[in-house]
Design a protein around this ligand. Structure first.
Ligand SMILES: [Zn+2]
Ligand SMILES: [Zn+2]
Length: 563
């Protein structure tokens, strides 16, 4: 599939969606003006259960690779993995600067450094409310509240009017750091330069009625837990980037006279970065190394750790399995899962909750107490945004298809004419001109890029094979035949994994060998001596036998050796 799009008419703006429209994750779009391209976010997606062996999923970068010389830079709305986790991979293909808040850049930096890609980019910090020209684009960075501090909405001023992208946001009116979504600035943007012609807005919670509660409500729940369980060790798992959550847990712990220990690589890293930046305020006297906690009474300790998504090698999973060096979960523990399972992680989260129970701990999660609130706007906030901005055109972004459909309905409810609302998907391109908005469906390749280990693209074929092997197993049949006559010299030998348990199925395997032997004899009788024909015969005979006797379809691999 080609990734070259028609040249734009003078002043027109094109947006190409590479990910995040139709799934939660791998958010990425490109915005193009006067032949130059800005990439907005570059995230990853966590693999689903039907993607065996896949570590993570990225956007398809074909379009960007093919237009690498026209890419001006990357704009980072915030540093969640679903927005920044693909940057290190993107930098292999394009070497450009990345613009974002100081915190976003600091959080994104680690992965880029680990991948050895830091010299392929320049990290350019942006302040709240800053206006900046990047190539032909005029950008304005608007503070928004979200589940990581210092997130931005971004307004793009272009010859055909203003485009506003909310990024991930909620309207938290009492955020932990006092940095609210800048509604006044958004209002100004909505009024100036003829208003906002196109709004792209976060759809994650478009099905949730009401308002998302303020992050600060979690603080109260935490204080309550510390009071209730004064004699127990408290272990709180949260996203390492959710510094406001970490802050509130730490404040509640310190107020209850406890010491705080950070555990897990990203938690320790992020706590250090954010304490250095003055974004996480925990007194030095209240922080201890995890090695020191065994000498303290359970009621004197609060462990803040990673693993809220049930990741098998995370701090929390190791603690639950008694494989963590310093913390082994027991009856003296109350474990708080202060997060919501991202799609794809539910079964891992259930598993860790179960093993925490097995270890004797009490487990508190969002199903039983208000220990988590979402970082995304619910319906009333989404309508507020639509009312405030009053866009001429609206394209919902960031969500599964159903989230975007519901967001589109909300827009119609608050008076955006339905013909000016377009639900797009990954791979679609939209062009904003003076006359209106054109949509080109499936304009560029936008499939999943599967990453396994350090191999860039595992590919659909490999994944299909893995699924088949996982479900049906494999049977290998090995024969040696005479090159002249085609007659069997040795074998058949049958080796199998995942079809039947061979030591207990001797008879079946003997019958299978006979079936192959017969079919090869038939083939030889018909004068077939060539390698390919014999292989085909062996595969067909064995496949038929397996299907008839066991009603299964394992991969059948014939190996014919000619002597
Ligand atoms: Zn986010
Ligand atoms: Zn997101």
């Amino acid at each position: 599939m080609t990734s070259t799009l028609a040249p734009l008419e003078q002043g027109a703006v094109r947006i190409v969606f590479l990910g995040g429209l139709g799934e939660i994750g791998r958010n990425c779009f490109c915005i193009e003006l006067e032949g130059r391209i800005l990439v907005v976010d570059c995230g990853l997606m966590f693999p689903e259960a039907d993607m065996p062996g896949v570590d993570l999923v990225l956007p398809d970068f074909t379009f960007l690779r093919d237009n690498a010389d026209r890419v001006e830079g990357v704009v980072l709305t915030h540093a969640h993995e679903d927005h920044a986790g693909g940057l290190a991979f993107l930098l292999r293909d394009v070497s450009v600067p990345i613009y974002g808040s100081r915190l976003s850049l600091a959080l994104a930096r680690n992965r880029i450094v680990e991948a050895g890609m830091l010299d392929r980019t320049e990290l350019i910090p942006i302040d709240d409310g800053e206006q900046r020209r990047i190539g032909p684009f005029e950008l304005e960075f608007v503070p928004v509240t979200h589940s990581v501090p210092h997130a931005f909405a971004v307004a793009y001023t272009t010859p055909v009017g203003t485009i506003l992208h909310t990024g991930d946001f909620k309207l938290d009116l009492s955020p932990v750091d006092g940095r609210t979504t800048d509604l006044a600035l958004l209002g100004e943007i909505a009024r100036e330069n003829g208003g906002v012609r196109l709004l792209l807005s976060d759809s994650t919670n478009a099905e949730r009625p009401g308002f998302t509660p303020s992050e600060s409500t979690v603080g109260g729940a935490m204080r309550g837990l510390f009071r209730e369980h004064a004699d127990k060790r408290l272990i709180v798992a949260s996203f390492a980037s959710h510094l406001h959550r970490v802050q509130q847990v730490a404040v509640a712990a310190v107020a209850a006279g406890r010491k705080v220990a950070f555990v897990g690589r990203s938690m320790t890293q992020n706590a250090a970065i954010s304490r250095e930046m003055g974004l996480l305020d925990v007194p030095d006297s209240a922080v201890v190394d995890i090695e020191e906690t065994p000498s303290l009474a359970p009621g004197e300790v609060c462990v803040i750790c990673t693993g809220s998504q049930g990741e098998p090698m995370s701090a929390l999973s190791l603690m639950a399995a008694h494989e963590h060096k310093w913390v082994k979960v027991n009856e003296d523990d109350v474990v708080v899962l202060s997060a919501h399972a991202i799609p794809g992680n539910e079964s891992n989260v259930n598993r860790v909750i179960d093993s925490l129970h097995r270890a004797g701990a009490e487990v508190i999660h969002e199903g039983v107490a208000k220990v988590h609130v979402s970082g995304h706007a619910s319906q009333e906030e989404l309508k507020f945004m639509l009312n405030l901005i009053q866009p001429e055109w609206f394209v919902p972004v960031h969500g599964e298809y159903r989230h975007m459909v519901h967001h589109a309905r909300l827009a119609s409810e608050v008076g955006v004419p339905p013909e000016r609302v377009t639900v797009c998907e990954d791979g679609d391109a939209i062009t904003l001109t003076r006359d209106g908005l054109d949509v080109e469906r499936k304009a560029v390749p936008a499939g999943y890029l599967y990453v396994d280990g350090i191999v860039g693209d595992v590919g659909h074929g490999v994944l299909r094979d893995r699924r088949n092997l996982a479900e049906e197993g494999v049977v290998v049949v090995i024969v040696t035949v005479d090159a002249e006559s085609g007659e069997l010299v040795t074998g058949p030998e049958i080796v199998t994994r995942g079809w039947v348990y061979a030591p207990e199925a001797e008879e079946l395997i003997e019958d299978a060998k006979s079936a192959v032997r017969e079919s090869l004899a038939d083939a030889a009788g018909e004068g077939a001596t060539d390698f390919d024909t014999l292989r085909r015969h062996a595969r067909r005979a064995l496949g038929k036998f397996i299907n008839e006797r066991t009603r299964r379809r394992p991969a059948v691999i014939p190996v014919v050796i000619e002597v």
